[in-house]
Design a protein around this ligand. Structure first.
Ligand SMILES: Cc1ncc(COP(=O)(O)O)c(C=O)c1O
Length: 432
């Protein structure tokens, strides 16, 4: 889906306001990150309207994509639930005010104590293995829970283009593989023995997975839910959690594919999902936040090495870890702006855009054609609202940058809310 929402223009407007208001300053605030809250509202609306009103859906935002409590609060106010994958994310979701019944706990390594806490709170849990199911038996010991409980199944439909993001391969560490010898029979028995197991969960993968592959995986999970109910002769499975994974376009400001396109694929491959017999949970992360966040950093120095211009900036592996360590899988756009935040025009010159970290590979872009960057310019890195600045890497003891939520009113005025203060850095030694 493309929309008339002008992300490019908004980014520049927010950047210029940030410079005017001192949120970016050479020497002090050399790196700052922004969440476009109007953009986020627009995305949440597009997600909610993509699913038909005739089915009950809880859109549980995958907190791993951006776990900042004020971001989670915004999403809660927008009507979303929250998917968590650790005790830390669960604490953040609760702090953001999510009702436990609107939180889903997925992790392949839940401890006994974490499971017991989730069940006592009434948080939904998807068991990742037969061993975890046995633990749930012990914790429940015949008692009832308000938690919705399910099993994560691996439909084993194969990988997308990024193997590290593909969770439904034949040998993935996640879930119970449906096609491994004997597993269907064991799973059917597991549901028969546990009338409280009422959900089926799957997550085919994230960035790099084609929609057809994701829809195929979900259709296998839905078929399995139907098989359980047919086998038991009762509608024990009442809900299907389809995970997240909608890929994001990192090449431009176009939001494509849209949630509506994905739902079209699901309708085609897994029509029973929309029969009204099942509640649905979704767990989108990247597609909700990525395009609604950007990073901005000053150019501290420039140099030319063997004829190649290099800009040394303050944004590197600490905020763009995946891009620095796996640049082919995670390319990011870079924009050149002048010290006041205005987009730089001028002839594009191939140059490297480097970060501050002390290793040679700390590059946001290699040989990237951009108007030539000067000392004091700003580089902007769009599409970094998910899995980038929200979970920084502490290499070189670089401080976590500030994160600001931004809104633009009808008159174009920008207001900011501090979502995360900049971590205090180590003070510079006093000059003798
Ligand atoms: C179980 C589960 N659900 C949801 C997500 C979110 O995926 P995405 O951010 O690609 O939507 C992930 C990502 O790792 C996941 O493992």
């Amino acid at each position: 889906m493309t929309s008339g929402f002008d992300r490019t223009g908004r980014r520049e407007r927010i950047l210029r306001a940030a410079v005017r208001q001192g949120l970016l300053e050479p020497g002090t605030a050399v790196l700052a990150c922004f969440v476009d809250l109007d953009g986020l509202d627009e995305t949440v609306t597009s997600l909610r309207s993509a699913f038909p009103d005739s089915v009950r859906v809880l859109h549980a935002f995958a907190a791993k994509a951006n776990c900042l409590v004020p971001v989670l609060e915004e999403l809660r106010l927008g009507g979303m639930g929250c998917e968590v994958a650790s005790a830390g994310e669960l604490a953040q979701a609760l702090e953001a005010g999510f009702e436990p019944a609107r939180i889903v706990f997925d992790s392949p390594a839940k401890t006994r104590a974490e499971l017991a806490r989730a069940l006592s709170l009434g948080v939904a849990v998807n068991a990742d293995s037969f061993q975890e199911l046995a633990r749930l038996d012990e914790i429940l010991a015949g008692s009832r829970t308000g938690s919705r409980l399910g099993v994560r199944v691996n439909p084993q439909v194969g990988a997308g283009s990024i193997s590290a993001m593909s969770t439904a391969t034949a040998t993935s560490k996640f879930g119970i593989p449906l096609d491994d010898e004997g597993n269907r029979r064991r799973l059917l028995q597991a549901y028969r023995d546990r009338p409280w197991l009422t959900w089926v969960h799957t997550h085919v993968g994230s960035q790099g997975c084609p929609l057809a592959l994701m829809a195929e995986g979900i259709s296998k999970a839905v078929e399995f839910a139907e098989e359980i109910n047919a086998h038991l002769g009762r509608r024990q499975v009442t809900g299907i959690d389809i995970g997240g994974g909608l890929p994001v376009n990192f090449d431009s400001d176009e939001t494509t594919p849209g949630f509506d396109t994905y739902v079209d694929h699901l309708r085609e491959h897994a029509p029973a999902l929309f029969s009204g017999e099942y509640e649905i949970v979704t767990e989108f992360g990247r597609s909700v936040l990525a395009k609604n966040g950007f990073t901005a950093a000053y150019v501290e120095y420039t140099k030319t090495v063997a004829g190649r211009p290099i800009a040394i900036t303050h944004a590197g592996a600490q905020v763009a870890t995946r891009t620095v360590f796996a640049p082919d899988a995670w390319p990011l756009r870079i924009e050149a702006h002048d010290p006041r935040g205005r987009a730089k025009r001028g002839r594009a010159v191939p140059q490297d855009v480097a970060g501050p970290c002390c290793f040679a590979g700390d590059l946001l872009a290699r040989d990237r054609a951009l108007p030539l960057l000067d000392v004091g310019d700003l580089v902007v890195v769009p599409d970094t609202g998910a899995y980038y600045f929200s979970t920084p890497f502490h290499y070189n003891s670089l401080p976590e940058p500030a994160v600001h939520g931004a809104r633009v009113d009808a008159d174009g005025r920008v207001t900011f809310r501090l979502f995360r203060p900049a971590q205090a850095g180590h003070p510079a030694p006093a000059l003798a």
